[in-house]
Design a protein around this ligand. Structure first.
Ligand code: NG6
Ligand code: CA
Length: 506
């Protein structure tokens, strides 16, 4: 003990006498640390923006600006084909299939990230960053005994975010309220909120008992509590004054995101701006209505694009644009009818939400997890297109390396050079996940093991990749996965299966 203290004292003394010049250097070093703005969309597909080949009526000038002035990845991946696992991979730098709880969560689910685990925002906190999340969370809240009327004790603020302003799960799931640093916003203590995913509260209307309340017709699921005329997943009672306005949601989150940047412009900050578009229910503000000619799904994408323009303007106005690395991506691939009749199918026209890729949300085919992926940094990144394989899970280790932290996780690789456009080398391989099934990409090859179960998820009209036969595709020659080469390339199958099994550890 004693000698330890002595060492500390001597160290402090050396620090004191030597501090003047080195401290100044030190603080200018700190000031140079770039801000990180992570813009994350919900269900935006590989073909859903202009730079990735969207139909011309789906105008996304602000997303395209990032693509054309930054690095546009053609092999950028979420870890998964659904939301919770992708966000788990993004935040923890760990494959979601290692955690059995990382699957689409109900709004009442407890937090699935251990407060002890390393996370992207925690790593940044350790490096002196202010960290914040605005938007969709969907990684669970609380410890399983949730009382929405008290401060929530486990959530983003316990896994690395200094500040959070979120929706608990998805826009189609209860509770339909905003949560500000663990507290439901606008809650009247005389009208407490109750949430259940098991059964309705006695006497409360649902989409089944009171169809006259429903303004957005449900197609499958989504027939429990009705809020703002929109039938949801799950039951909710009370909390009337706290309920969000769906059509104001984009503006609401945008204000919070802008405020965050304004508040933290003088320190290194990390803002995870988790937008809700174009996930269901699609409720673009009326000023975007009809803009795409493709119904609410297209209009919601145009709304999201406008928000991105606004947030970029904010960076510029606050004088931090040139010191901010902007990363843009989506949590999983596209789906048209995800449970509501909202004209997404009927008004699609010749737009291809998945671009050339096969499948969509929920799918092990490429459109499930391969998504738009862009990096933009004014004055630092030279515009280019890159076919390096990069995954959102890599942000933890990559950003750590950028800012001088040696933190890394086993699954998260350092692909910073690729992210900055300084190298075309990314990952060698990647395990992809879709509704608890996995596939393996290595170089240009993609292996999908044999899976029983339906080839198509009928309700959403998406081929999800199940086949009793092993599938092997050469994605470079066959990006649309039309030719299963497994039978012709038995050696390749064996080689890939071996590497895949090793990573999976089973
Ligand atoms: C599904 C919902 C779908 C969507 C999805 C989660 C039904 C029938 N479907 O279970 O509408 O909410 O979960 O999407 O309830 S995600 O992008 O958050 O993963
Ligand atoms: Ca999603």
């Amino acid at each position: 003990m004693k000698s330890n203290k002595l060492v500390l004292l001597i160290a402090a003394f050396i620090g004191l006498i030597g501090c003047n010049s080195s401290k100044q250097e030190g603080s200018s070093e700190v000031a140079k640390k770039p801000n990180i703005l992570l813009i994350y969309l919900d269900d935006l597909g590989y073909g859903d923006m202009g730079a990735y080949g969207a139909a011309t009526n789906l105008k996304t000038p602000n997303m395209d600006f990032l693509a054309n002035n930054g690095v546009q990845f053609s092999n950028g991946y979420a870890t998964s084909a659904t939301c919770t696992p992708s966000r788990f991979g993004l935040i923890t730098g760990t494959y979601p299939w290692r955690n059995a709880k990382a699957r689409i969560l109900p709004g009442s689910a407890p937090l699935i990230i251990s407060p002890e685990a390393m996370t992207l925002p925690k790593m940044l906190q350790k490096e002196g960053y202010a960290t914040g999340v605005v938007g969709k969370w969907h990684l669970g809240l609380g410890d399983g005994n949730m009382d929405w009327n008290k401060t929530i004790n486990l959530g983003p603020n316990q896994v690395g975010f200094d500040e959070s302003y979120i929706m608990a799960a998805t826009q189609d799931r209860v509770p339909t309220v905003y949560i500000d640093n663990g507290n439901v916003v606008g809650l009247d203590p005389n009208d407490p909120i109750q949430v259940s995913y098991k059964e309705n509260f006695e006497g409360e209307p649902t989409a089944i008992t009171n169809p006259e309340l429903v303004k957005m017709k449900w197609h499958h699921g989504h027939n429990n509590s009705v809020v703002n005329g929109i039938p949801r997943i799950g039951y909710m009672k009370g909390g009337e004054s706290a309920k969000w306005d769906d059509y104001e949601m984009a503006d609401h989150f945008l204000v919070k995101a802008k405020d965050y940047i304004k508040k933290h412009k003088d320190e290194p900050f990390f803002l995870y701006y988790a937008m809700q578009q174009p996930h269901v229910p699609r409720t673009p503000h009326p000023r975007f209505e009809g803009k795409s000619g493709m119904g609410p799904r297209g209009d919601a994408i145009i709304e999201a694009d406008w928000c991105i323009g606004e947030i970029m303007k904010t960076l510029e106005e606050q004088g931090v644009l040139e010191n901010t690395l902007v990363i843009f991506s989506s949590d999983n691939g596209p789906v048209l009818n995800d449970g509501y009749y909202d004209d997404a199918v009927e008004k699609l026209g010749d737009h291809k939400p998945a671009g050339v890729l096969r499948g969509g949300k929920y799918s092990l085919f490429e459109a499930g997890a391969r998504v738009p992926f862009l990096t933009y940094w004014k004055g630092k990144i030279t515009p280019m297109k890159s076919d390096a394989i990069v995954c959102q899970m890599d942000l933890l280790t990559s950003i750590a390396s950028l800012i001088g932290s040696d933190i890394k996780t086993d699954d998260s690789e350092n692909v910073m050079d690729a992210l900055l456009g300084e190298s075309k080398e990314g990952r060698i391989d990647l395990v992809l996940e879709a509704t608890s099934r996995t596939a393996y990409r290595r170089g240009d090859w993609l292996l999908i093991p044999s899976y029983k179960g339906p080839a198509e998820l009928k309700k959403v009209s998406i081929e999800i990749g199940n086949d009793p036969e092993i599938q092997l595709y050469n994605l470079k020659e066959d990006p649309s996965q039309q030719n299963n080469l497994a039978k012709d390339h038995k050696d390749k199958v064996a080689e890939m299966m071996e590497a895949f099994t090793k990573i999976r550890g089973d």
